[in-house]
Design a protein around this ligand. Structure first.
Ligand SMILES: [Zn+2]
Length: 157
């Protein structure tokens, strides 16, 4: 019996060979797979990963399935939609706080003393970096102008 089977092969009660394509995304000790299996089913997850052509696509799909399954466990009614609404609500609150702070600055120091805003390009790999924060990606590199932009306050020099 192979005790090092990946989570999918173990759930499907099949042999997990060294070239198993699921192993990288759902290793044997993966605690996230319990939610994923319960929500989507191991066979469906295996089918999804088999249909994808690249490691990067499988990695994104596996992370998305984990995220959606966790969201469904936390909020069985709304799932991922509830999390989106929750984060949009936080974003709206932050935008209101920024507007309030800018108005307060305009009142206290004068409208011409409030820092101006400018567009900072979002890196091309922003959506493909699998949510790892603090791994060296910076958003302050304004040397490229292509792609979508975000509005951030300009640093005073
Ligand atoms: Zn396997």
């Amino acid at each position: 019996m192979n005790s090092n089977r990946c989570a999918i092969c173990r759930a499907l009660k099949q042999i997990c060979d060294p070239n198993c394509i699921y192993k990288a995304y759902f290793p044997s000790n993966d605690t996230r797979f319990e939610d994923v299996q319960q929500i989507f089913g191991a066979a469906k997850v295996a089918d999804i990963l088999n249909r994808l052509g690249s490691e990067e696509e499988r990695k994104i799909a596996a992370n998305s399935l984990c995220y959606a399954a966790e969201a469904r466990r936390r909020d069985p009614n709304s799932g991922i939609y509830g999390m989106v609404q929750h984060h949009e609500s936080i974003l709206n609150d932050v935008e209101q706080e920024i507007k309030f702070a800018v108005n307060e600055l305009k009142t206290n120091v004068g409208p011409d003393q409030v820092p101006k805003f400018f567009h900072v390009p979002i890196p091309d790999d922003f959506l493909t970096t699998s949510g790892k924060m603090g791994d060296g990606h910076r958003v302050d590199d304004a040397s490229t102008s292509a792609g979508p932009s975000a509005t951030l306050p300009k640093n005073h020099e």
